[in-house]
Design a protein. Structure first.
Length: 240
């Protein structure tokens, strides 16, 4: 390229110069001549520190990746006549993928005359979606494509918000029932005193009134010996 449009290290346009003159301009400032717009006519070159420029570009890419959410799509395959044990195993895999915030593509593979009974595949997919409703939501309803029926599941809001961890535990901060139960257990009220429950701790006997119609508190814990006269002795004796 015989000529380039030059931009100096301050971002100001110098103008169109011969390539040799632009290179000498950059060398005088102990900087590099970098082509930033090769598709332009003439090409645009800038005077800058190339190593610093590469570092800044790498930092911009790194920051952009931080704000991007990496979405991974996993796939698990079922058969219409799958055994219960195999179903539980594959269901566990789907559960693990959803807990790691991955999307899951669930595929039902039909063979031979099985394709004439698509309702079997629909039943399996609907059952799976219902059993994993706490962890995932159906993003794409079951749809048949040739001999395959597919359904797309995405992590639920609880998983994306971190309320359900990868090991399946629910965080205590968001489990309102657990917090309430813990609070009630920490401040458990004492049982009310009934029928002498609190009076049993009192050592001083209460005086009997109305001719022995009311028993003393001490008599509830340990009965007193009967009186000699036999008149009021029945008031201190427990009634069987």
């Amino acid at each position: 390229m015989p000529e380039v449009r030059l931009i100096d290290d301050q971002g100001q346009q110098v103008g169109v110069l011969k390539t040799a003159d632009a290179l000498a301009f950059a060398q005088e400032r102990d900087l590099d001549l970098v082509e930033v717009a090769p598709e332009a006519r003439p090409p645009v070159c800038r005077v800058l520190d190339y190593s610093k420029y590469k570092y800044e570009q790498a930092q911009k890419v790194k920051q952009a990746r931080k704000h991007q959410q990496q979405i991974t799509v996993r796939e698990i395959k079922f058969r219409p006549k799958i055994a219960e044990h195999d179903y539980d195993t594959k269901k566990h895999h789907v559960e693990r993928f959803l807990k790691h915030k991955d999307k899951v593509k669930v595929t039902i593979m039909f063979r031979g005359r099985e394709v004439t009974h698509p309702e079997r595949g629909t039943a399996i997919l609907d059952r799976l979606a219902e059993e994993l409703s706490d962890l995932g939501v159906v993003e794409q309803r079951p749809m048949q494509e040739g001999r395959n029926m597919t359904m797309m599941m995405a992590p639920s809001k609880a998983v994306l918000a971190g309320r359900i961890a990868a090991d399946g535990t629910v965080t205590a901060a968001t489990d309102e029932h657990a917090v309430l139960d813990a609070g009630e257990a920490a401040v458990a009220p004492e049982p009310p005193a009934e029928n002498g429950g609190a009076e049993a701790a009192v050592d001083v006997p209460a005086p009997a009134e109305n001719g022995g119609a009311e028993a003393s508190a001490e008599a509830v814990a340990a009965p007193e010996p009967p009186a000699e006269n036999g008149g009021t002795a029945a008031a201190g004796t427990p009634v069987s």
